[in-house]
Write a protein that binds this ligand. Sequence first.
Ligand code: ADP
Ligand code: MG
Length: 367
Amino acid sequence: MYMKSKIHAKSQEKFLSNLLRSFGQDIGIDLGTANTLVYVKNRGIVINEPSVVAINTKSRQVLAIGQEAKTMVGRTPAHIVATRPLVNGVVSDFEVTEQMLKYFINKVTQRGFFHHWKTRVVVGIPSGVTEVEKRAVYDATRNAGVREVYLIEEPIAAAIGARLPIQEATGSIIVDIGGGTTEIAVMSLGGVVISKSLRVAGDKLNNDIIRYIRTHYKLAIGERTAENIKINIGSAYALSESMEMGVKGRDIISGLPKEVKVNDTDIRKAMANSIMQIASAVKTSIEETPPELIGDIMERGIILAGGGALLKGLDILITNTTRIPTLITSDPLTVVVRGTGMVLEDLDSLKELLIPLDINKKPNISI
Ligand code: ADP
Ligand code: MG
């Protein structure tokens, strides 16, 4: 009899919580250094925009966020700056990060007390961030009106998104190459065995290209041009066919516009040092991995994620450096946000993979 009423009470509780949940929304956010993606349950990925904010430095007013702000990069008058609030994977400008998060969350949430009240958000953040920065992201999300906020390390979210069996007694390794950071994580039994966060990733490669073209062709180019070159003809490993493209910029001697032709060998040379740093960090992680897990990893392969995974020939280079087959996860730019969405589907059993935050219980703590 007692058992029966207990079961009854439990099912009533479940019914009530499901009913309340139907008012709210489940939202997953990949707060990347280059791109912010937002997933909403039952709707899929609804936002995929650059993590850029344009600010008027005189009035401190935010002028544009996302794609609109990115097109302003390098084109703004002196008092307008287009900044990336998450430089190098850390929250360098809290106020701007907060505005950006608020803007994206408000864009996808429905209005009304009940909606915000029952909205749950899982945010993926780089693994190298400090307690203060975690707190900053947490606060920013709460200030956007969300009651339940959970944080997850990006490589874990990426591994979940890539459907790696990270909760089983087997080893997996994921390498997430974003804009500001490269994150490497070896995982097993729901825990991170080895983790590395490197501040060498896509942005550094763009800067390498800018510097190389300046030195060798005496041509000044901007970041967006450098990124285009990287995506079009950049490679980590010599490919069977050579590639070439015309690059427009300003001659640094005459100050006049000029176009030069660059090829894949040039660009490979420009990026070689940074790419070796990424490959060496992967190799070191493998060397530090306990032998039992190495066997599993050799079978499963090294999984590449993040936009940097798309760099041509990077998988081949890492295979050659580590002697372990390396694969690119499908759709590497969205894997983190898809992972946060999968966490929301099964929050109860995956809770142990989230960053433990006492602040979930004590929201009024001050730091
Ligand atoms: P983050 O998680 O830090 O926001 P992303 O995973 O969104 O970063 O990846 C962004 C980076 O990936 C940028 O540096 C971008 O230039 C790079 N990228 C995107 N597509 C390609 C490509 N096809 N080849 C090489 N790099 C790429
Ligand atoms: Mg990322």
